[in-house]
Design a protein around this ligand. Sequence first.
Ligand code: SF4
Ligand code: FES
Length: 235
Amino acid sequence: MTKTVTLTIDGDSITVPEGTTILEAARQLDKDVPVICYHDATTANGLCRVCVVDVNNGRVLQPACVAACTDKATVETRNERVERSRRTILEMLNSAVDLAEAPEIQDLMDDYSVDRERFPDAKRREHDLKDDNPFYVRDYSQCVLCWRCVQVCAEDAQYTFALTLDGRGFETHVSTAFDIALTDSPCVFCGQCIGVCPTGALKPKVEFGIQQGWSMEDIQRSTRRPRRKNITIED
Ligand code: SF4
Ligand code: FES
């Protein structure tokens, strides 16, 4: 028989199978716990910490996307401590990354009364736009390092392993192996990475061209692959 645990979340009692994450239980109760690195299609890694909740008024807040429910726990999804933590995380993220094309994160920043100028001297993550194929562009200045694209490209969906993390510390960034062009990598241009990206870091080239005001001819030229040569089969 499946073991269960019973806990309260914001005062509401719930019984769930052992191993259920706090995020899953909170969602069953229609509690709104924000996420950035978590996606239903990818393995949770607890990277961004925006989903932190207060468990038993403990010393440290717990990331709801990876922390399992425990029996008799008392969870608060949004108290003063939680709010302050989420606000600071968002302020730090905003200080380093271009979030202009991340509407869900912008909404979160409004919800948590983020001071967008809190860290005016913070170093920005700046990367040159990568435009090395006819299908999509990559702008890692807008990347929040959620890891979703790397995961769907790997064991969570595609098993292609075209993307990885490179660099260390502040210089950590998503890349192909040895930073080769996507066209030289194992990428099959399935587009799943674009589908899970929560920011404008990954974008179809047509959308990028329209944003840039390219003419239809320029869009067609830059998104077409060279025609295959006709192959003549001789008897
Ligand atoms: S490119 Fe997008 S999906 Fe990939 S790590 Fe950055 S923000 Fe996440
Ligand atoms: S959503 Fe839980 S740590 Fe990012």
